[in-house]
Design a binder for this molecule. Structure first.
Ligand SMILES: NC(=O)c1ccc[n+]([C@@H]2O[C@H](COP(=O)([O-])OP(=O)(O)OC[C@H]3O[C@@H](n4cnc5c(N)ncnc54)[C@H](O)[C@@H]3O)[C@@H](O)[C@H]2O)c1
Ligand SMILES: [Zn+2]
Ligand SMILES: [Zn+2]
Length: 393
């Protein structure tokens, strides 16, 4: 089959590889009909996530048709499913607490040591996202093996288009959990850094959870325009001093909750960011956390910080003093996708959440390398790329 494979920094290729087969009784094989490129994939593309190997198949946002099942899968051949990017067993201590992205059984035994050393405990498995998260082949491919297929995938009703439901695999639940983690109270002002797919779904979710006002921060006019379409007030950080603008908009108090939907590759010519860039390029540091620092400084006293954005390693100059002195709380994590799927599918079917607005480009799977280049270089025009293996057939 054809698959999009990582071969190094800014080197993504269409490889011909063996078709996947059933390995474990709970596996299913999915014939992929739609798969998206995520902001998280850009962290791989830019070479910031350790333990990638040449030839690794990318992709953690995908859906398709069930074509083969192991004896303990609950899926049936022919069903259409959306697959969560988190690989979770459904029965360990963490899954029992609905903390699916903390599953203890998602990683093969030989992949546990790196994360254990770096983070204290091994992580859960993720599709197409380095060997630290299991080394699983991803879904930017014609076929993909889905472990624990009795727990993760959600069956899509007939008559629903792929594009309505594809984002249940990651960015919609991620934006939703970002807003949930902001503990929004009616009347709140919520500031969201980053108007990529995650930020845009966080904005929609924040309003649905009762925020009175959402302030969206980015520098791409098209992405800010999408935020405005959902009712957010917008701040372009290249034109306006963000802290000053937020203070003015909140009567000097600061936002009640702040959401960092930017992550470890924050842009902008700010002193801390320039130092982070130098450190990252000389292997003295890893993450560029400018947006996160700015969010903490702007947040009101006693406010909440929600961090859906991905960070991988270490940061310095992080305002721990401000965090403590202002009495902030922080919630974060890879999304517990399985927890949110039934309710979010219902919200889509009832028209409460708009998902298709985001897609700017539809391409055949074979155009994957071009898709990565576009999503990386032209983020203003490119809000989300969906790859469709069927366009190649
Ligand atoms: N927690 C999870 O499970 C999970 C799931 C999906 C994505 N993510 C992470 O969420 C983050 C966002 O994902 P995405 O797909 O929306 O990515 P994206 O790259 O499309 O969007 C990021 C946006 O942040 C903006 N930005 C950069 N620097 C900024 C700054 N200083 N101030 C304000 N905005 C700034 C960029 O202009 C861009 O529009 C990434 O870190 C991604 O890895 C996390
Ligand atoms: Zn994703
Ligand atoms: Zn588990």
């Amino acid at each position: 089959m054809k698959a999009i494979a990582w071969h190094g920094k800014h080197d993504v290729r269409v490889d011909t590889v063996d078709d996947p087969g059933i390995i474990n009784p709970r596996d299913a094989i999915i014939k992929v009909t739609s798969t998206a490129i995520c902001g998280s994939d850009l962290h791989l593309y830019d070479g910031y996530i350790p333990t990638m190997q040449s030839g690794d198949i990318l992709g953690h946002e995908f859906m398709g048709e069930v074509v083969d099942v192991g004896p303990r899968s609950t899926l049936k051949k022919g069903q259409r499913v959306v697959v969560p990017f988190t690989i979770s067993c459904g029965s360990c201590y963490h899954c029992g607490k609905q903390q699916f992205s903390a599953c203890d059984n998602g990683l093969p035994a030989d992949n546990q040591d790196i994360a254990q050393q770096l983070y204290g405990q091994p992580m859960s498995g993720l599709f197409g996202y380095s060997h630290m998260t299991g080394g699983y082949a991803g879904g930017q491919a014609e076929y993909v093996r889905v472990p624990f297929s009795d727990v993760g995938p959600i069956v899509v009703p007939d008559g629903v288009e792929d594009e309505q439901v594809l984002f249940l695999s990651d960015i919609l639940p991620t934006g939703w959990m970002a807003a949930e983690n902001a503990d929004i109270e009616p009347g709140d002002t919520v500031a969201v850094w980053g108007c990529g797919p995650v930020g845009l779904f966080a904005i929609q979710s924040a309003f649905l959870m009762g925020a009175e006002r959402v302030i969206a921060i980015d520098h791409f006019p098209n992405r800010l325009a999408l935020a405005k379409r959902f009712g957010a007030q917008i701040v372009n950080y290249e034109e306006t001093a963000v802290y000053d603008a937020l203070m003015e908009m909140t009567g000097g108090i600061g936002p009640d909750a702040v959401i960092d939907a930017v992550g470890l590759e924050a842009h902008g010519f700010f002193v801390d960011n320039v130092i982070d860039q130098i450190k990252a390029s000389t292997f003295l540091g890893t993450d560029r956390a400018h947006a996160n620092r700015q969010a903490i400084i702007a947040c009101r006293k006693g406010g909440r910080v929600s961090m859906p954005a991905v960070y991988g390693g270490f940061v310095d100059k992080w305002p721990l003093g401000a965090f403590m002195e202002k009495g902030l709380t922080l919630k974060t994590g890879q999304t517990h996708v399985q927890r949110y799927l039934p309710a979010l599918l219902t919200a889509i079917l009832e028209g409460k959440i708009d998902t298709t607005f985001l897609i700017s480009h539809r391409m055949p799977l074979s155009a994957g390398p071009e898709g990565y280049r576009l999503f990386h270089d032209q983020q203003d025009e490119v809000t989300k790329i969906v790859l469709k293996p069927g366009m190649d057939r």
